[in-house]
Design a protein around this ligand. Structure first.
Ligand SMILES: NC(=O)c1ccc[n+]([C@@H]2O[C@H](COP(=O)([O-])OP(=O)(O)OC[C@H]3O[C@@H](n4cnc5c(N)ncnc54)[C@H](O)[C@@H]3O)[C@@H](O)[C@H]2O)c1
Length: 400
């Protein structure tokens, strides 16, 4: 059987290529993105393509890439891929939503200390040639209260690191989240705002979070407390934050995300927060480190390999998710089908008719598709494979 080939574009970290090579795939790399026509040409013979944010995988590309089985977005966002069109063609897409968690947490920790010591002002004065050795307004962080809003992947990891620095950690989350270490859950956002010396937002981008933090919330924060947002720009009212910084109520702030962010490298940046004292502004770089790139390379390549080698769609962003474990002995059929009633019964009837001894079965549906992975203890009977492949509801069937 021919080896699977994968095309990696846009300088994807070499960790990805290493994973693919360990899985015996042939790797082709290019340092840049490709336009539609060039991409179509380059995808001939490719089972997989790895992209970052600059390569657009359109419906036309998908229609003209007959060998393509899976797409890896080696980044967080997947807007550059026509996910529905890929799903309709049974092409799985994966991304790396959590590989930069640690990088965000480290930035936030650094910012908290920098704000507590008023480093933005201190360093600016030094660059202006002014020696100002005052301890006024500078604080240690140990013993202070950190309020984390949104206790998910980032919030919990921040909780652990902040405790190690001597913070008392409290958190508020709309979902039921288990407290890490000595962190304490509070029942309302207001309670968190009333108790925290530093408030840091790590909520997700659900539409209901738009504008969730505005004038009323800043007013409820403790006088001279600090504010950080490295989650989504749209959750914070920047004008209200500006007013509370100018009034002195907020003693410092760090923002990595903004309601409107420039599209391209070098574009001008407009914000109500420019030029304010003790405010750190960073261009959405919370997750941008070499280590995160490596982790993304490793993570997405692993997902693609597990899909090609064993049919696992765990964490796919467009196909039904089945986290099928690696096959140990026996054989496996993976079947992507139209999501209509009675498919599972028909699948099992065909397997029973051919005396296939099923030892495990995994099923999931998503929108118009269903996915069923069936393991048998012995070799899958050829008649069962043919019968399932020819069934009306089948989109594709693969054997392992
Ligand atoms: N700055 C960057 O470069 C960067 C990098 C990675 C992630 N992020 C962003 O950071 C945020 C957190 O990421 P994550 O991986 O921890 O996400 P996550 O989904 O693991 O956690 C989000 C948590 O927020 C909670 N939540 C949602 N709305 C809430 C609300 N109104 N009040 C309280 N809790 C609420 C959820 O229940 C969940 O526990 C996301 O918005 C993500 O896009 C930014």
């Amino acid at each position: 059987m021919n080896k699977h080939e994968v095309l990696l574009l846009e300088n994807i970290h070499p960790a990805a290529g290493e994973v693919f090579e360990r899985n015996d795939f042939v790797v082709h790399t290019r340092s840049h993105s490709l336009g539609e026509d060039d991409l179509i040409e380059a995808l001939q013979g490719m089972s997989m393509v790895g992209i970052r944010s600059n390569t657009k995988v359109t419906e036309r590309v998908l229609d003209n890439a007959p060998d393509l089985l899976a797409i890896g977005a080696f980044c967080i966002g997947t807007n550059q891929i026509d996910l529905d069109a890929a799903a309709q063609r049974g092409i799985a897409a994966f991304n790396a939503p959590y590989s930069n968690t640690r990088s965000v947490v480290e930035l936030v920790i650094g910012e908290i200390i920098a704000l507590a010591r008023r480093l933005p002002e201190k360093t600016q004065r030094m660059h202006d040639g002014i020696w100002d050795k005052s301890a006024q307004g500078s604080h240690e962080v140990r013993g202070r209260t950190l309020g984390i809003v949104g206790y998910g992947n980032i919030g919990t990891q921040l909780s652990n690191l902040a405790e190690a620095l001597g913070f008392r950690v409290i958190f508020f989350d709309t979902a039921d989240r288990l407290a890490h270490g000595n962190a304490r859950r509070v029942g309302t956002l207001d309670q968190l705002l009333a108790e925290s010396d530093v408030v840091t937002l790590h909520v997700d981008g659900r539409p209901g979070n738009a504008g969730m933090f505005g004038a009323a919330e800043f007013a409820k924060m403790k006088p001279r407390s600090m504010f950080i947002n490295a989650s989504r720009g749209m959750v914070v009212d920047d004008v209200a934050l500006r007013e509370h910084i100018l009034s002195g109520h907020i003693a410092g702030a760090a923002l990595d995300v903004f309601p409107v962010e420039p599209k391209a490298q070098g574009d001008p940046f407009e914000s109500a927060l420019r030029g304010l004292p003790n405010v750190i502004l960073t261009p959405h770089v919370g997750g941008s480190t070499q280590e995160a790139q490596e982790e993304i390379g490793f993570f997405v390549a692993g997902k693609l390999s597990n899909f090609i080698n064993g049919g696992s769609t765990a964490l796919s962003v467009n196909l039904p998710e089945v986290a099928a474990p690696p096959l140990e002995g026996g054989s496996r059929i993976a079947l992507l089908h139209h999501n209509v009633p009675g498919v599972l019964a028909k699948v099992n009837q065909i397997l029973a008719d051919h005396e296939a001894n099923v030892c495990a079965q995994y099923l999931s549906t998503r929108g118009e598709q269903g996915y069923v992975v069936t393991d048998t203890s012995t070799e899958m009977p050829a008649g069962a494979i043919d019968g399932l492949r020819e069934a009306d509801h089948t989109i594709w069937l693969r054997t392992y």
